[in-house]
Structure formats: C-alpha cells, structure tokens
Design a binder for this molecule. Structure first.
Ligand code: G6P
Length: 362
C-alpha cells in the first residue's frame, strides 16, 4: 500500500498533489486556444439544452451547484438537486431539459435512482463521471469523463477539481460560444489552471501547519463564500468534518445573519473565501467584518484582488485567475487545511469512520 502512495503518508495527500496532472488529463485535447474554443468530443451530439437539472450527492453536489451557476450565467435555467431529495420529490421536467448526474464513482445509489426517475419521465440524461463503464456511464444517454485517474482516499479531492473544470467545459461546449470574449478568457485561464494549482501546492508548505497549530482545539469551524465561492465554502466544511471529526459548517456568506451568527465567538475560526473584485467579494468582506467584530479569528482564502488582508487575521493566497476558477484554487487551500488538521489529530485520513468511498444503498 505504501508503494501506491508514492511516498506520501496518505492517499488523500497524494491525490491533492496529483491535481495538476489530473487537470491536464481532463483538459487534454479539449481546448482550442487558436479559435478560443472548447471541444468535448463525447458531447458533440448533444444539443444546447433549454434547461438543466443536476443531481448529485456529497462533494459531487457541491460541483453540481457550481455547474448550475455557470449555466445560469450564460442564460440557461439550471438547478442542482441533492439526488436523495430528487427521487423523493421529483421536480417537473421540461421537454428540452437535460438531467445531469455528477458522480465520481458512477455508482452512488441515490444519484442512480434520481437519474432513473428522470429517465422514467422521459428526460435525456448525461453522466459526468470518473469511472469508465460505471453504472451511470452505461445507463445515461450521454457521458462525459472527468479523467482524474483513480481516487482511493474516501474524501474526494482531485475529482472535485476535475468536476469543476469538466462542468466549465461542458457549459461552453453545448453553448457554442466559439471565439466569444468570455470563452476565450475561460480557455486562457483553463490553460493556466494546472500550473496555478501547482503554485498553491508549492507555496503553502509550512504555512498551513502553522495555521493548524494556532487554530486547533477550537469549538467549531465555519466556512463562508458567495456566488461561485459558496459551493467551495460547503465543500471546505464537508472535507474538514469528514476527516478531522471536528464540528464544521459551511454556508453562503449571506446566510450568516440568519442564524449561524449566534454561534460565532472567539473560539470559532471563520474561513472566508474571497476571489475577484465583484459584488459577491465585496459583500463577503462585509461578512468578514461582522464575524471579526464578534471576536472570531478570520482566515481569508483569497487572490488578494480585493484587499481583504486588512480585515483578516490570517491569509491563504491563491493566484489571480479569470473564469471563476479562483474558487477551484481556493478549494485546494481548504483541502490542505482539512488534511493538516486531521493529520495533527492523528485521524485515519484515508478511511474516516462510518464513511464509504461509494455509497451503493439509498
Ligand atoms: C460518498 C463519498 C463522498 C462522495 C459521495 C458521492 O459519500 O464519501 O466523498 O462525494 O459519496 O460520490 P460520487 O461517487 O457519486 O461522486
């Protein structure tokens, strides 16, 4: 088993470090920088959908939230559903609606059940998956592979990053924006994304261990972000609780004042994900001030475009990028935070108690 870990102490850490390679594999042959276009061969027979419903569980659900947001940004109505809820209370499906299952394994029972429900109602389906020949890949009308390579650690890491990139490719490829400014900018930033992840990995050594020393033993850990960073806040908290067994909660930053603020004290560090300089970033800055005023230590995960440093106790930097890929980079920092905290507590990182890599019962 030690050989399989290529010298890393855990599969999870190995897989975090494999992300640049996984992303290059995911993008291979799918970008045309000359034309400023994206080509996903598997999806060439897919028409532009009138609307999109995503179904997924766990980490894949967070990727689905991101995917739905990207579709809405290009004017296509899209929503992400937790697969377990979808099958219980299925929403209406329009004639030109596509139902997309996001599932690393392609075997999650809740996701398969939601996809079957959609198919039973006549919907066209797509699986976005990592596993060739998986049940989802066989049962759906279309399949797009995220090409991460095998993921052994129960906590999903590299597959989440590859899902975000795959969903970005998916949106562009079915909306044929060839050469448009937006697609060109995305293609440019996708070309750099593997290198950007590498620089996050190279630069954060030591820094995160210190942070973990400082914040360990707190009562609870909160994660906030808005817009594309909201799914990252959810994912940051999920990863953290899965492997550290510490209490962690993530929510869209605007929800702070509707309840969670009651829990904020000087014993509850808040990780705030802030990238770019848009309204979402500026409003998150307001939320940072709110929690700081109540004594919470704030860790800003940021590209520094908006000067959040002044209002944060600690800063984890990510490179500046376009196309909402800053969220992906910020998530890599949060993976490392969860990993280092779990390691400092001596947790069985690759096999957390009560959890399975793939849940094949509903
Ligand atoms: C399990 C795993 C999670 C994963 C979820 C969905 O709960 O522990 O890490 O996100 O299943 O898995 P899928 O294979 O459908 O992406």
């Amino acid at each position: 088993e030690q050989t399989g870990k290529s010298g890393y102490e855990h599969f999870m850490l190995k897989e975090i470090h494999e992300q640049p390679t996984a992303l290059r594999q995911c993008l291979s042959g799918r970008l045309d920088p000359l034309e400023g276009d994206v080509i996903v061969e598997e999806l060439s027979d897919l028409d532009t959908p009138g609307a999109v419903q995503f179904v997924a569980c766990g980490t894949s659900y967070h990727a689905a939230l991101y995917g739905a947001m990207r579709f809405r940004e290009v004017g296509i109505p899209a929503q992400a559903f937790l697969a377990s809820e979808y099958a219980t209370a299925p929403p209406p499906i329009a004639d030109d609606e596509l139902v997309v299952g996001v599932t690393q394994s392609g075997e999650t029972a809740d996701t398969l059940s939601a996809l079957r429900t959609a198919q039973g109602r006549g919907a066209e389906t797509l699986a976005v998956t990592n596993v060739v020949g998986s049940t989802a890949s066989r049962e759906c009308d279309h399949v797009m592979y995220i090409r991460s390579g095998p993921e052994i650690g129960v906590a999903a890491t590299k597959t989440f990053s590859s899902q975000l990139v795959s969903l970005s490719l998916f949106v562009e490829s079915v909306t044929s924006n060839t050469g448009s400014g937006r697609t060109r900018a995305l293609v440019e930033s996708l070309r750099d994304v593997a290198g950007d992840v590498q620089s996050v990995l190279d630069d954060s050594e030591g820094e995160i261990e210190e942070l973990v020393d400082e914040l360990g033993g707190s009562d609870a850990y909160f994660f906030i972000g808005r817009g594309y960073n909201a799914p990252v806040a959810l994912e940051g908290a999920l990863k953290f609780k899965e492997i550290t067994y510490e209490h962690a909660e993530g929510f869209p930053a605007g929800e702070l004042k509707h309840g969670p603020l009651a829990l904020i004290t000087d014993e509850t560090p808040v990780f705030a994900v802030v990238t770019g300089d848009d309204e979402a970033a500026r409003k998150t800055l307001g939320n940072i001030k709110e929690v700081q005023a109540r004594g919470a230590p704030v860790v800003a995960v940021t590209d520094g475009v908006l000067e959040v440093e002044r209002f944060a106790d600690e800063v984890l930097r990510v490179p500046e990028t376009d196309g909402n890929l800053g969220s992906l980079l910020a998530n890599v920092q949060l993976q490392l935070v969860a990993y280092e905290m779990a390691a400092s507590l001596g947790r069985p990182i690759d096999k957390p108690r009560n959890l399975a890599k793939s849940v094949t019962v509903e």
